[in-house]
Design a protein around this ligand. Structure first.
Ligand code: DGL
Length: 280
C-alpha cells in the first residue's frame, strides 16, 4: 500500500552535523511556508572520514526517524551521505522520488549550463573517492571532463570560524592552484560548508569560472519536486503552528559550541535539541 502525503507535513533534512544548515537555510528562504525538521548527526561527524558502510547505516536510521516524524520529503543535505547512503535510504523508506540528494540537482544544473565543458568538483575525501559527481555528470553528458579534488581541510577550517580572512584565502588558493583544476569552466562546491567560502573561491578565479553553490540549486529542486507531487505548502504560516517558530533542529550529540557554530550556517540563532536516535 502506498502512503499518501499532504502539503502541511514537514520536510525532513539531515546532515552529518550542522553544515547542512546551509541547505536548510536555502530551503526556508525559498519556501517560507514549509515547516522543516532538521537532524544533524553530530555524534558521528565528520562523515567525510568514515566508511561507506557506516554512513549508509547512519543515513537509513536518520531517514527512518524523519519518516516517523511524519515528513513528506527527506532531503539528504550532506554530500557524503548522498554519495554513500542515497540508494539505501530510497529502498528502506520506500519514499522514492520524495527522497532528495544534493548531487543529482547539481549534476543536472551543470550539464544544462556547461554542456561538454570542463567541470571541477571539490568535496570531502569520501565524496571524491566515491566518484559520484563524475558518474552522475557523465551519465547526462558523456563528453564532460570532470576533475575532482578532495579538500578535507576546508570543512573543519570553516567550522572553526576561519573564512573570509587571510588564512582561509591562503588555504583555498593553495588547493585551487593544483594543476588538476586548471582551465575549468565551472566548479561545484560539493560540501555543505563551502557556500561560506564561495566569495573567496570566486576571488581566486575572477569571473572566468562559475562557482556552483549546491544549496541554492537543491532548494529549487525541492520546490520543483513538491510542485510535481502537489505537496508544496502554499498556505500562510503559523495558523496550524507551522512556519518559522515551529522549525525543529535535532542533533545526536549536543554541545554549546555546536549551537554557537550553527549560527554561521543558518544566518540566525538555532535552538538545537539533543535526540540520540541510537539510544531510543
Ligand atoms: N556534511 C559533509 C558533506 O557535505 C561535510 C562534513 C563531514 O565530513 O561530515 O560532505
Amino acid at each position: 500500500m502506498s502512503t499518501t502525503y499532504n502539503p502541511s507535513q514537514p520536510i525532513g533534512i539531515f546532515d552529518s552535523g550542522i553544515g547542512g544548515l546551509t541547505v536548510a537555510r536555502a530551503i526556508t528562504k525559498l519556501l517560507p511556508n514549509e515547516q522543516i525538521i532538521y537532524f544533524g548527526d553530530t555524534a558521528h561527524m565528520p562523515y567525510g572520514e568514515k566508511s561507506a558502510e557506516a554512513i549508509k547505516s547512519y543515513s537509513v536510521k536518520i531517514a527512518e526517524f524523519l519518516k516517523f516524524k511524519n515528513c513528506k520529503m527527506i532531503v539528504i543535505a550532506c554530500n557524503t551521505a548522498s554519495a554513500a547512503g542515497f540508494k539505501a535510504v530510497v529502498k528502506e523508506t520506500g519514499m522514492k522520488d520524495l527522497i532528495v540528494n544534493v548531487i543529482d540537482p547539481a549534476a543536472e544544473y551543470v550539464v544544462k549550463h556547461h554542456y561538454r565543458q570542463k567541470i571541477g568538483v571539490i568535496a570531502t575525501k569520501r565524496t571524491i573517492s566515491s566518484n559520484v559527481y563524475a558518474k552522475r555528470i557523465s551519465a547526462l553528458d558523456p563528453v564532460a571532463d570532470v576533475v575532482q579534488l578532495a579538500t578535507p581541510l576546508l570543512a573543519p577550517m570553516i567550522e572553526e570560524g576561519f573564512y573570509n580572512n587571510k588564512i582561509s584565502q591562503t588555504i583555498i588558493n593553495s588547493y585551487l592552484s593544483k594543476s588538476k583544476l586548471n582551465k575549468i569552466d565551472a566548479l561545484i562546491l560539493g560540501c555543505t560548508h563551502y557556500p561560506l567560502v564561495k566569495n573567496e573561491i570566486q576571488k581566486f578565479y575572477g569571473k572566468s569560472v562559475e562557482i556552483i553553490d549546491t544549496s541554492i540549486i537543491v532548494a529549487q529542486y525541492v520546490k520543483t519536486v513538491l510542485e510535481k507531487h502537489q505537496l508544496l505548502n502554499t498556505s500562510k504560516v503559523n495558523k496550524l503552528g507551522f512556519g518559522k517558530k515551529s522549525q525543529q533542529f535535532f542533533v545526536s550529540d549536543f554541545t554549546q559550541s555546536f549551537e554557537e557554530t550553527s549560527k554561521i550556517f543558518f544566518d540566525e540563532k538555532v535552538k538545537l535539541k539533543q535526540f540520540n536516535i541510537w539510544e531510543e
